[in-house]
Ligand binder design. Sequence first.
Ligand SMILES: Cc1ncc(C[n+]2csc(CCOP(=O)(O)OP(=O)(O)O)c2C)c(N)n1
Length: 600
Amino acid sequence: MNLSDYVLKFLSKKKIKNVFLITGGAISFMVDAFTRNKNIKYTCVAHEQAAAMMADSYSRIGPNLSCTMVTSGPGATNLITGIACSWFDSIPSLHITGQVNSYEKQGAQEGKKKTRQVGFQETDIVSITKPITKFSYQLKNPNEIKYILEKACYLAQSGRPGPVVIDIPMNFQKAQIIESKLKRFIPPPINIKKNLLNKNIKKIILLLKKSTRPVILLGGGIKISKTENDLRNFLKKVDVPIVTTWSGVDIIDHNNKNYVGNVGVYGSRAANFAVQNSDILLCLGSRLDTRITGGAPSSFARNSKAIAVDIDKHELSKKRGLKLHLKLNSDLADFFKIFNRNYKKFSYKNINWLKTCVKWKKLYPIVKKEYYDQKKYVNPYVFINELSKILDEKSVVIADDGGHLTWAMQAFKIKHGQKLFSAFGNSPMGYAFPASIGASIAKSKEKVICIDGDGSIQINIQELQTAVFNKLPIKIIVMNNNGYGIIKQFQELYLNKRYEATTPSTGVVNPDFEKVSKAYGINYTLISNHKNLKKILNKPIKSNKVEFIEVLLKPDQKIIPKLQFGKPIEDLSPLLPREEFKNNMFVKTALSSKKIFEAN
Ligand SMILES: Cc1ncc(C[n+]2csc(CCOP(=O)(O)OP(=O)(O)O)c2C)c(N)n1
C-alpha cells in the first residue's frame, strides 16, 4: 500500500469525513489518494488561511477531528493564522503539509543546515509552527507513519487540546509500506491525583458554606472538556449567580434564572458588579485573561476568594497580579466527577444575593429601549437582539473581530443548544466567514450565521465561491460602519481622534457589496434602518441559499459599555453617576476606594 493511501485510510477510520485543502506539487501524491478512497471527501478552498480556519470551526462543532492538506512553502505558511486560532482556543486540528523530497531538503547532503533553501518551495514549517502547535513533526521515514499519525491525533485531542502538524516529504507520500509491520503509538497512562482533588473540593465546599455572595464564572474549558452535562448536575447543587466569558457565552441558556451576563472589559455592568462584589468566585475552565480581568488583574475579584480549575498548570501560575485563593490543576471532567459523586447531597442557595444580581441585570440592560427609536441607520444592539429572537435552538452563529464581534457577544441571547463563537484568543479579522463554511460542512451543510464587519469580510472574501460551489446556506451579515469601528473608538479615546488608517479618507475603503454578491451569484439584502427590520431580515435568514446581508450602521457607532484603561471592571464607561455606582458596590478596599470613587 502506498503511504498516502494509508494516511487517508487512517483519517477515515478517525471519522474525519472531509479535508480542507489546496493542492500543489509537494502534496500531489497525497491528494491523488482521494481517487482511491470513497470514505473521505475534500473541500477545495481558495486560501490556505481559510482552510485552517474552516478546520478550526469544524472541530469546534464536532464531534470529529478536522484536517487540512496543503503544499510546502507558501501553502504551509498560509496556514499559520488559522493554526494559531486553534492553538490559543485549545481546538484540536490536524494539518498535513507536503514537503520537498527527503533527499532534496537542506541538510540532506551537507549534514547540517547551511543554505536558506535547497528544494523548490522548501520551508521549515516544523520550526515555524512549533510554538503554536502541540506537536509538529517532519516524517523521517515512511515506516513511522502510523506511530506519528496516532501520536499526533492523541496529542491534538487529549489534555488541553490543540493543533498538530505533520510534514511529509513528497517521495515518502508515494513510498510503499506494509501496514501490518508499522509501529503503533501507545498513549501514556493518565495519572489523576484523586486525593488531592478531593481535598481541594472539600475546601471549596467549606468556602461555599461560609459564603454569602458566591459567583460561578464559566469559561470555554467547559466545552473543550465536553462537560456541559456534568455542569448541569453541578449547578443543581450549587444554585448561585453565573457569569460567562466570551468563550463560555453559549454554555448556558440566557433565560436561566441564575444567568447574570458576560464578564470583563466588554462585559455587562450586572456581571461585572456580581464578580467584583462576590466573596467566592469559582472559575471553571477560564484562562482569566486580561479581557476578563481588565488591564489591572490585581483589581479583579479583589475582595473575593477566587478559585480556578484549569487543566493547564501554566495558566494557573501566570504572574500578572491576579490573586487566586485556590488553584486546582485538573481536568474539569475529573473535577465534576468527584464533586457530583462525593457530594450528592450538597446544596447551596442564597436567594437574596441572586435577587441582587438579577436586579442589576434588569437595571442595566445591554439593549436599551431607546436604541429602538433611532431613525437613521441600524443600531447594532437592536439588530443583534432581533436576530437572536429569530434564530432557533439549533443555530450556529460565528462572529469575526471588531465592533461587530463585541455587539454580538454583548447582545445575543443564547437559547439552549445554540452555538456562538469566534476565534477569541487569536482574534484575526477574516475568521468568521471561513469558519462558517467549516461549521456548515461539519453540520452536513446546515445553515450558519456569519456576523462580519465591512473590514473583516474582505480578508477572506475569496471564499464566497467556496460557499457558492458547495451550496452552503451561510448568511453573511456585514455590519457596515464604513471603517474599522473598534479601532476608531480606541483612537477617539486614547489618540485624540487621529483616525489614521481606519477611515475611507485614509485608504480603508469598501467595495460595492451588492456588486460583489452579484458577481458570485449570491442574493443580496440591504438593511439601512429599523423600518420592517425583522421582516426584511427574516427572508434571507429563512432561505436555504448563501445570502449576503448588508446592515448599515452609523460610522461612529460605539461599543457600550466598555472598560477604559486603568479602571477596575466594575467601573465601565460611560461611567455611572458616582453615587449610583457607590450604591452598587458592597465591597470597598483601599484600592477600590481610591480608584473607584474618584470624581467623574
Ligand atoms: C488579521 C488582522 N489584522 C488586523 C487586526 C486589528 N484589527 C482588529 S479589529 C480591526 C477592524 C475591524 O473592522 P471591521 O471588520 O469593519 O469591524 P468594526 O470594528 O468596524 O465592526 C482591526 C484592523 C486584526 N485583529 N486581525
